[in-house]
Write a protein that binds this ligand. Structure first.
Ligand SMILES: Cc1cc2nc3c(=O)[nH]c(=O)nc-3n(C[C@H](O)[C@H](O)[C@H](O)COP(=O)(O)OP(=O)(O)OC[C@H]3O[C@@H](n4cnc5c(N)ncnc54)[C@H](O)[C@@H]3O)c2cc1C
Length: 422
């Protein structure tokens, strides 16, 4: 019989693993506890708003090469959109000042010499300090690694909070260093912002499921794996909602579930156990932002408010607030009302534009907290069992919990099954 790989969890890590395994000719069964795939990267029809919305805004940068290869593999690269040149518009809500960070495309970063392209209040020398971020290997936080100056407050801190989903006072500099090495420091061509044109599902999820099915994979939704049957140091069965599925001697398992589920299925597995929330507020109003730079980019970063990033979409406006555990218990209505004036200002709406209907999506455990303590708890893909490997953005990828990290972890898990170490 052809060996079967059972992939548990149809988030991006599980989908990437399943795609890589089917590409190599393996038979794959994908088990997903939810009614749809996508996990923390999903879309749904919101009846009240009358819109398809994403659980949260997800931004890729063109330097996320594994994520782009994933999109290529499922024929979905063209579903992503973004400015043709790297540009990051910002606004300081306290002063009303706007600026756009505009790296040049090449590796030689001459843009830092041009005051019109760099962050106001900064000098070229400030940017040299960023070069040492990727070399950090110790437990320093982002705030401990860089001086508290205009560059930090107006660029590094907003990027760090977005990338790490953890405040710079606690977030690990070495994880941010891994991100900036592959994006900001790799030149402007690696910093092009990319967003799904329609939805996360249309870009990352539906084409992946279609590709898997076309390759003969079996996809089982609403199939929660409740336990792994272990015998003589191997996984011999999966206990799920439909009874026990026995595994053949050459069958293998990729466990691509969130950390709190993984440790339940594999007692004794140390995993990250502290998390940070992300809030997304989706306002049902179309937006054609007034500031041209915001219109071209499709988003704006905000300093000095509650809202951190505002995305202007054709059917609605979405706001992201990261490292948001402090806000998670506030009522949604209050959050929507509090953030709306910031959105109005950021996008150049009329000052009296009324609060539109709003859906607040609170992802309580959006990502593990990117602290030194939590990073040490991230396991590698190996479990010590020959036919069981781990995947997920929370495994030891060297990156923070991101699409890029999740997909890399899925690829690595499939590599380990296809080419087991001798
Ligand atoms: C609001 C928000 C905004 C984000 N923004 C960005 C961004 O801008 N850029 C970026 O790069 N990243 C972003 N991320 C991070 C990104 O979404 C995650 O890193 C990625 O989706 C994690 O994928 P995963 O497969 O590791 O985990 P998950 O998505 O959690 O997948 C795990 C899957 O396992 C399933 N499952 C659980 N238990 C079982 C079981 N017992 N049996 C079977 N299946 C099970 C779950 O239903 C789920 O589908 C964001 C995340 C959130 C929440």
């Amino acid at each position: 019989m052809t060996p079967t790989a059972h992939v548990i969890g149809a988030g991006l890590a599980g989908l990437a693993a399943a795609l890589a395994l089917t590409a190599a000719g393996r038979a794959v069964v994908l088990h997903e506890s939810g009614p749809v795939a996508g996990g923390r990267c999903r879309s749904y029809a919101d009846r009240e708003l009358g819109l398809t919305i994403d659980n949260g805004n997800h931004l890729l940068l063109s330097g996320n090469r594994t994520a782009l290869a994933y999109l290529d593999a499922i024929g979905a690269r063209a579903t992503m959109t973004g400015p043709t040149r790297p540009r990051f518009p910002f606004m300081d809500l306290g002063t009303g000042r706007r600026w756009t960070v505009r790296p040049n495309r090449g590796r030689l970063a001459w843009w830092v010499l041009d005051p019109a392209r760099r962050v106001p209040g900064t000098g070229a020398a400030d940017y040299l300090r960023l070069l040492h971020l990727p070399r950090i290997t110790d437990d320093r936080t982002v705030a401990e690694s860089l001086p508290d100056n205009a560059l930090f407050r107006r660029l590094v801190a907003p990027l760090a909070i977005a990338a790490l989903n953890t405040s710079p006072d606690e977030g690990l500099a070495r994880l941010l260093g891994a991100v900036v090495r592959e994006t900001l420091l790799a030149g402007g061509a690696a910093c092009l912002p990319l967003l799904p044109r329609h939805s996360l599902a249309a870009s990352f999820i539906d084409p992946a499921i279609a590709t898997l099915r076309a390759r003969g994979a079996e996809v089982r939704f609403s199939h929660r794996v409740a336990a792994l049957a272990l015998e003589a140091g191997r996984v011999v069965g999966l206990r799920g909602t439909e009874g026990t599925i026995p595994l053949g001697p050459d069958d293998a398992v990729v466990l691509a579930v969130p950390p709190w589920v993984a440790t339940g299925l594999l007692p004794g597995l140390a995993v990250p156990d502290a998390f940070e929330a992300i809030l997304n507020l989706h306002y049902a109003t179309p937006a054609v932002p007034d500031p041209p730079d915001v219109r071209i980019a499709g988003f704006v970063g905000l300093i000095g408010g509650m809202a951190e990033w505002v995305f202007a979409k054709s059917t609605h406006v979405s706001v992201t607030i990261s490292a948001a555990s402090r806000l998670i218990d506030r009522p949604s209505e209050a959050l929507a009302a509090q953030v709306w004036p910031e959105v109005r200002t950021a996008l150049g709406f009329a000052p009296d534009a009324k609060l539109p209907p709003c859906r607040v999506v609170k992802e309580k455990r959006a990502t593990f907290a990117a602290t030194a303590e939590q990073d040490r708890r991230r396991p590698g893909a190996h479990t010590g069992l020959p036919n069981l490997v781990l995947a997920g953005d929370w495994t030891a990828t060297g990156l923070p919990a991101t699409i890029e990290g999740a997909i890399r972890s899925g690829n690595l898990a499939s590599d380990l099954l296809l080419h087991p170490p001798a």
